[in-house]
Design a protein around this ligand. Structure first.
Ligand code: BGC
Ligand code: IFM
Length: 812
């Protein structure tokens, strides 16, 4: 069952009912100001950091769902109160539609002959969101309606805002000037920022105190001021500051009126910081309001946003016979990659914004699917990440986006972390050819006095693995590798202690075959990079270490029919046929094969056959099997989840992409693409009532075959799934891979395909690539021509002339 449809021409998902199976959200903003907005206008906004600079308040775990706060609008039409986005008033609408697009959302609702259409977006280079509100009288009579706006301020620190009431109820301060409501509460520091909410029209009243507007015993659905048709002109003094305008809208039959509301954030310059209490420098806010005071200016900004996305999405485009594939590759997957790049795992409808900032492993992986869009931002992120690395090559697991400092509470010791940095840097250099990044002086632990060139950080990442090997010569797992919940050193935990605060007994035994596979895959990339930069001795050393690790994997990490997952702290196999439960895990199969293990002797194929037999379901591949049905103290958190959820045999979509890549590498394009379609959102759209999450973006997890709710997704939007699935489809399956010296063409596709076209912008040149498959094979380039001339091998050269180059590829 569907709750909407894709409008590919406009790059929108059109939702046709407000009561989707779960709130279906979108993100506004892609630089410093961000907003989450649901299909009924719920959600919140923040500046850079969802924890430390929260602009509007949101109750995550609210009943009912998604009525925890938002940008709410109300119409009072002669006593009939309703909301154009359905919520919060929840009055039945004669027409409703929500269009989520690239960085904007349009919600329209109609009732009693009044149509309201609101476009929400964050203009480029602006720390504010625009709400363009159009009200139309569709009747033959004059209409006099009142339009009320509403946002509720958060007192900046979102964690404190939800916990520290004894303090917070005394701190709220606002100021109202004309049609602008300023929020100027301080937060335990000299004021250096404030927010505002304005409208470009005279108002007939305002409220800035929540109780005055809503009433002590009412809710968002029936604010007393709206029902009274009259604001109270309340000025908040402590308690709960809000911003609400009332605008009188008089409409003749058929008439339309347009209003621009602006919700903005201002960071004062140092010299602007308050001199005396209660004074804010309004100049910057006034300038923003001035810039967006006309509909023309707003429409122009919206057009610029659309052109920005035209340009971002033009870097990789497919033209194929499969509409679902086209819309995933050309629009939604790349869009999600940008959002995930921006926010890591920090703020979604499943991540409260107060828990996690930017993850080290997460951000390095998110970058892979984003780097072709804006390489400069990827470069900046790489340096931020590398600056949180520690001198021994380990890394802080997370950092706060506002401060960019490593998070001490969580610390490090997740032993996969360092390797992902190498992969991110390699991807950046292959995309751009910019080797100079390796020379950037980069601090350890943000301490400038401890800076070394980035290349040295990569060396330390590589060495971190070989300096931390266990009894079998496999990498020590530390607190956990990619699988956060496989806590093999956790048996020394005290009751009530969480794994995050636990260190192992000695941490010297539990080993990860997954990190070993990663080391072969990423370590080899490191060796190639060293070779490329002329550091032959370092390259030779790295190749030797990688070869050694491959041998170790085949000796201690091969279980007979698949790769072992790990060794626990007692030196026993995890993910082996010897185990009663958790016999086979997905991660080591994917990464060992990507690391070129078992390719020559058929073991890779054998492992992939085992994956198909034991892990595949129609909704995707489960993480391991059989699911744990009891608690294993020696495995930790993974066995605490009910069977079929999350890391305990859920379909963890992130790692499905590694199997797609592995299938592509062994030449089984049919299987690779089959797995791709099992989780790609556009293909799940038709069973949205089971899946429940947005059909335009990936979710982290879908309940596995052992779960009661098999097929139901959770944790949509912020997941490494976005980036890895883009890599799987664009590079491994469709086969267009950036390399140091050109664009490699190496498809691994379903045999039935006749061909497809890819347009790829690479190092400034534009390649129009037609891939033909006359003999219906999966892989193997037999002929490659560029601009009519045949090229040896399968690499398209770099022309460097910023022109279009036409390539033809024949598979056979
Ligand atoms: C979740 C993981 C998450 C980890 C660390 C676990 O409870 O299941 O997905 O990565 O916590 O926050
Ligand atoms: O690898 C992790 C990631 O860092 C956060 N989400 C869950 C993944 C698997 O445990």
């Amino acid at each position: 069952m569907q709750y909407g449809f894709f409008d590919d021409l406009n790059r929108e998902y059109v939702i046709t009912t407000p009561t989707t199976p779960y709130p279906w959200i979108n993100y506004l903003g892609s630089q410093e100001y961000f907003s989450l907005i649901s299909n009924t206008a719920g959600g919140y906004s923040f500046y850079k950091d969802a924890k430390l600079r929260r602009i509007t308040r949101f109750r995550y775990n609210n009943v009912p769902l998604d009525l925890g706060g938002g940008r709410y609008y109300y119409i009072n039409d002669g006593g009939d109160v309703w909301s154009p986005g359905w919520a919060p008033a929840k009055k039945e609408l004669e027409n409703y539609e929500c269009r989520h697009g690239m960085g904007y959302t349009k919600i329209s609702g109609e009732r009693g002959g009044v149509e309201t259409n609101i476009t929400f977006f964050v203009p480029l280079n602006t720390n504010a969101e625009v709400h363009k509100v159009i009200v139309k009288n569709k009747t033959n009579d004059n209409k006099k309606v009142k339009l009320f706006s509403f946002v509720e301020w958060c007192l900046w620190n979102a964690l404190d805002d939800m916990t520290n009431f004894q303090r917070n109820y005394n701190t709220g301060e606002v100021e109202v000037k004309g049609s602008v409501i300023y929020h100027k509460t301080e937060y335990k520091e000299r004021r250096n920022h404030y927010a505002f909410f304005s409208v470009n029209a005279p108002i007939c009243g305002f409220d800035s105190d929540r109780e005055s507007f809503i009433g002590t015993y009412n809710g968002f659905e029936n604010p007393q001021a709206v029902y009274a048709g009259q604001s109270n002109n309340s000025v908040a003094d402590g308690w709960h500051p809000i911003a609400s305008h009332c605008v009188e809208v008089d409409l003749e039959p058929g008439e339309t009126k347009e209003y621009i509301f602006l919700l903005g954030y201002v960071e004062n310059d140092l010299e602007d910081k308050w001199e005396s209490k209660n004074i804010i420098n309004k100049k910057k806010a006034e300038a923003m309001i001035e810039a967006f005071k006309t509909v023309d200016a707003v429409d122009k900004a919206l057009k610029e946003l659309s052109e920005y996305w035209d340009q971002l999405l033009s870097k990789y485009r497919i033209d194929s016979a499969d509409d679902k594939l086209n819309r995933m590759v050309n629009i939604w997957n790349q869009y999600q990659c940008m959002v995930t790049f921006n926010l890591s795992r920090s703020a979604s409808y499943f991540e409260s914004g107060i828990g996690r900032g930017m993850g080290f492993r997460d951000s390095n992986q998110d970058l892979l699917g984003f780097v072709h869009q804006i390489p400069d931002r990827a470069r900046e992120r790489i340096i931020d990440l590398a600056s949180t690395q520690l001198e021994d090559g380990g890394a802080y697991h997370q950092y706060q986006p506002l401060t960019k400092k490593g998070n001490d509470e969580i610390g490090g010791n997740f032993n996969d972390d360092p390797l992902w940095l190498i992969l991110a840097v390699v991807a950046y250099i292959k995309e751009t050819g910019d080797f100079s990044i390796l020379d950037v002086m980069t601090p350890f632990d943000n301490d400038e006095t401890k800076s070394t060139p980035l290349s040295d950080h990569l060396k330390r990442s590589f060495d971190h693995v070989i300096h931390n090997l266990g009894p079998h010569g496999l990498p020590l797992i530390g607190r956990a590798d990619w699988n956060d919940c496989l806590n093999l050193n956790c048996f020394s935990m005290e009751p009530g202690e969480s794994f995050q605060t636990t260190t192992s007994k000695d941490g010297k035994v539990a080993e990860s075959v997954m990190i070993a596979g990663m080391f072969c895959y990423i370590g080899e990339e490191y060796a190639k990079l060293m070779k490329k930069t002329g550091n032959d001795s370092e390259a030779d050393r790295a190749y030797l270490e990688v070869d050694k690790m491959r041998k170790t994997i085949m000796e201690h990490g091969w279980d007979g029919s698949w790769f072992v997952r790990a060794y626990d702290d007692f030196g026993r196999k995890v993910g082996s046929d010897d185990n009663e439960e958790g016999k086979i895990f997905i991660e080591s199969q994917g990464l060992c094969i990507m690391g070129n293990c078992g390719m020559e002797d058929g073991k890779a194929i054998k492992a992939l056959d085992a994956v198909e037999e034991r892990l595949a379901t129609k909704y995707g591949l489960v993480l391991q099997n059989p699911a744990f049905t009891k608690y294993y103290v020696e495995y930790g958190e993974i066995s605490t989840y009910p069977a079929g959820y999350k890391e305990n045999a859920g379909i963890f979509c992130h790692n499905n992409a590694w199997i797609m890549a592995a299938e592509a590498l062994v030449g089984r394009g049919d299987k690779a693409f089959d797995y791709y379609t099992r989780i790609a959102p556009a293909y799940t759209e038709e069973y949205s009532e089971i899946h429940r999450m947005e059909p335009y973006v990936y979710s982290q997890m879908v309940a596995g075959k052992d779960a009661k709710r098999h097929g139901e997704a959770k944790n949509s939007w912020l997941t490494g799934t976005a980036s890895w699935n883009f890599i799987a489809i664009s590079q491994y399956i469709l086969g267009i891979k950036p390399e140091y010296d050109g664009l490699q063409i190496d498809p691994s596709i379903p045999k039935s395909w006749d061909g497809y076209k890819i347009t790829r912008e690479f190092r400034g040149d534009i390649y129009e690539i037609t891939i033909k498959n006359p003999n219906h094979v999966s892989s193997g380039v037999v002929k490659l021509t560029v601009d009519g001339k045949e090229v040896e091998g399968n690499i398209l050269p770099i022309f460097g002339d910023k022109k279009k180059h036409v390539a033809e590829v024949i598979l056979g």
